[in-house]
Design a protein around this ligand. Structure first.
Ligand SMILES: [Zn+2]
Length: 297
């Protein structure tokens, strides 16, 4: 369950789309307003929820359409293991949020071959066990000494009372047709003192400006079904009861996904767009958001 961040959108025909949904994909509120067009014919809108501030698509792809989309994606680009050019850099960032323990149990949703988790453990010089939950498990990263990596296909295969020191949802929640129970299931599985880390796209401000300027900005549908900015993450505790046992460690723009060495132009543009956030309160053009929290009990 992972795709390249800049995979181009596909226009889905009516038969590949479910019915127009009544409300928010996340909190279920019917108080949603359109913010952008995802595709014109047949029409799919991106709608922002006034209650939880998530943006989500008005029509979901059918399960068959999603299977076909991801199936052909993997066939076409089987070597694309992670959505980051430089997984070590992201892993170092996540390692900074992880609890200070010599042995870490890690649950990594959409973790692909387990590279990021393995690198987090390497950065912390910790031993441990990684459980990757992913659609595709044809490859497994080579773990550092003292680390094992296991794969399962579905979160339901991980016992609900299993406790992990680090639970990751890095660039994955936006792909899920039923994300709310998954997020809840991830939070539930964080051990006391453990860390939850998520990052997701936040491109809605670009889409809104594009719409005003008459430009089309690709939402990468049907890969992306949700868009989650700071208002969503900072308000999560209001409707997700599990959040009450967490202290927020960080809620800030996610790191640039590309590296200067591999994609210099894209990296500079992304870094320049994010930079004003450090000085301009509420600067929205950051492209993605990350949220890390520590379970207190
Ligand atoms: Zn909502």
């Amino acid at each position: 369950m992972k795709v390249a961040a800049f995979h181009a959108s596909r226009c889905l025909p009516d038969g590949d789309l479910g019915p127009v949904r009544a409300g928010c994909l996340w909190c279920g509120s019917s108080d949603v307003r359109p913010v952008a067009m995802v595709q014109a014919e047949p029409e799919v809108e991106l709608r922002r929820c006034r209650s939880c501030a998530a943006s989500s698509v008005s029509r979901l792809p059918t399960p068959e359409a999603l299977d076909h989309y991801y199936g052909s994606y993997y066939e076409g680009d089987a070597d694309h293991a992670v959505t980051m050019d430089d997984p070590t850099r992201l892993a170092a960032r996540i390692a900074g949020y992880a609890p200070d323990r010599r042995h870490l149990r890690v649950l990594d949703l959409g973790g692909g071959d387990g590279t990021i988790s393995a690198e987090v453990l390497r950065a912390r010089r910790a031993a441990g066990e990684v459980t990757v939950v992913d659609y595709d498990h044809r490859r497994t990263a080579r773990p550092p000494a003292g680390v094992t990596i296991d794969h399962v296909t579905d979160l339901a295969e991980v016992p609900a009372d299993a406790a992990f020191d680090l639970v990751l949802a890095s660039a994955v929640l936006e792909h899920l047709p039923e994300p709310a129970p998954v997020l809840s299931g991830l939070l539930t599985r964080v051990a006391p003192g453990g860390t939850f880390y998520a990052r997701a796209p936040f491109v809605e401000p670009f889409l809104a400006v594009g719409r005003r300027l008459g430009m089309t900005i690709d939402f990468t549908f049907p890969a992306h079904l949700s868009d989650l900015g700071p208002a969503f993450w900072d308000g999560l505790g209001a409707w997700e009861p599990e959040v009450k046992r967490f202290d927020v460690l960080a809620s800030r723009p996610s790191p640039v996904e590309t590296s200067l060495r591999q994609r210099p132009a894209r990296t500079l543009v992304a870094a320049a767009a994010k930079a004003p956030w450090h000085v301009v309160k509420g600067w929205p053009f950051v492209g993605g958001w990350e949220w890390a929290a520590r379970a207190t009990r």
